[in-house]
Design a protein around this ligand. Structure first.
Ligand code: HEM
Length: 409
């Protein structure tokens, strides 16, 4: 099989084939360069070096001064208008702008804030499983996995009940676009739909922010739009970008971990038995192993700011590199027999939540909390729950996204 990571057709291949291709790339002495095509209106051209080994991904993630997140982290690179429309998100910024935003929004993820969410997360899981029991076996993504993360984000942001159906609707539209489409007209159509949906979400939260700035209510949006002790607060545009970032970063990722996670537990009955025999002791390791094995976000890009020697590869300022988290997480030199799902292994060095650097996933602990609560509810109340058949995957070079997964209980 010829390997071309810049050819979007590669991402339509079955997961197993893609992992085999990455294993071959990891065996090569140096990272390979892939040329990207320019598509008018949708993306710039150029190309990137593929970082596929764990050590290389960690080195680039850690050294954010040389491996910059500006001007953007998605690949292929979207054109400039995308940024002008959406405003900038912290995930696309370097310090000090990134550090300032991260300082302000980190309050949403403090241990205190997260512990106040736990009761609500548990209650939401119970309600979702009640509904699933009433509905009977069907699609695990629609009935279970997709419902929790978005609910939690809306709760965190204090999105009022009457606005939530609209948020759901817009998120569904916006995530239907994966960046990989069969034809140009269809791509443009989906991109426009996606843009309109995301802008509607931003408007919604900006309106909420203005209300809260006038009458703070002690919720997170109130905290973000009123000044902290250092006099820092989010502007309208920053609040809008933060909300869409949360919905984009925190929704599909957690949902896909749960959907792939059920399949992994179904396909590995021994591992499932280990987990259910001592849920509290083993769920922490099981979640890390799910995130490692699944790699819900398969890649992020960086741009090199100065000439740099990476394991013998001479990078020049302006070169792009893509950090393939999914490949690093299958690197046998760090995770022996890496394709095996083993909840007892030390999966902690995985880069499923990003490498050890300033952009390490801000929502990692929240995601762990959600996944733990959902599997506790599912495995306790529906001990026979299992996936049926293969998942239907969304074609994407970015998310390891499950569109549908049949299940029964
Ligand atoms: C299993 C679930 C999740 C996975 C696998 C995941 C993965 C990631 C990854 C790989 C990054 C690094 C981006 C980079 O390298 O530049 C990231 C960043 C981020 N994640 Fe997550 N994420 C998950 C859940 C969440 C949740 C639940 C939230 C919030 C509700 C969230 C919010 C964020 C934010 C705000 C960033 C940007 C951090 C920054 O740029 O400083 N994530 N995530």
């Amino acid at each position: 099989m010829e390997i071309d990571l810049a050819d979007l057709g590669f991402w339509r291949r079955p997961l197993k084939e893609r992992y085999e291709a990455f294993a071959r790339l990891r065996d090569l002495d140096l990272p390979v360069f892939f040329e990207e095509k320019r598509v008018p209106l949708l993306r710039s051209g150029g190309g990137f070096y593929a970082l596929v080994r764990h050590a290389d991904v960690v080195e680039a993630g850690r050294n954010a001064r040389v491996f910059s997140s500006e001007p953007g982290v998605t690949s292929p690179e979207p054109p400039g208008w995308v940024k002008r429309v959406f405003g900038e998100s912290m995930v696309n910024m370097d310090d000090p702008r990134h550090a300032r935003l991260r300082r302000i929004v980190s309050r949403a993820f403090s241990p205190k804030m997260l512990s106040t969410l736990q009761g609500d997360i548990n209650a939401a899981c119970a309600r979702i499983v009640d509904d699933a029991v009433a509905a009977g076996p069907g699609d695990f993504v629609a009935q279970i996995a997709s419902r929790l993360p978005i609910h939690v984000i809306c709760d965190m942001m204090g999105v009022p009940d009457e606005m939530r159906a609209r948020v759901h609707e817009q998120v569904d539209v916006s995530t239907a676009y994966s960046g990989v489409r069969p034809s140009l007209p269809r791509s443009v159509g989906m991109a426009v739909q996606n843009t309109v949906a995301l802008l509607a979400l931003q408007r919604l939260v900006i309106k909420l922010g203005r209300d809260r700035a006038r009458t703070p209510r002690g919720d997170l949006v109130s905290a973000l739009v009123t000044a902290n002790v250092d006099g820092e607060r989010l502007t309208d545009r920053e609040l809008g970008s933060f909300f869409t970032l949360l919905l984009v970063a925190g929704n599909e990722t957690a949902r896909n971990t749960m959907a792939h996670g059920l399949k992994l537990l179904t396909d590995n009955p021994g591992q499932r038995r280990l987990l259910t025999d001592d849920f509290d002791a083993r769920i922490g390791g099981a979640i890390e192993e799910m995130v490692r094995h699944v790699s819900p976000i398969m890649q992020f890009r960086r741009t090199v700011t100065e000439d740099y020697d990476l394991r013998g590869l001479r990078l020049k300022a302006g070169d792009k590199v893509v950090l393939f988290y999914g490949s690093a997480n299958r690197d046998d030199s760090v995770f022996p027999d890496a394709d095996r799902f083993d909840i007892t292994r030390d999966a902690k060095p995985h880069v499923g939540f990003g490498g050890p650097g300033p952009h390490f996933c801000l929502g990692a602990n929240l995601a762990r909390q959600e996944i733990r609560a959902m599997f506790r509810e599912l495995l306790t109340r529906l001990p026979e729950i299992r996936s049926v058949g293969e998942p239907e995957l969304l074609v994407s070079n970015f998310d390891n996204s499950v569109r549908r997964q049949a299940y029964t209980f």
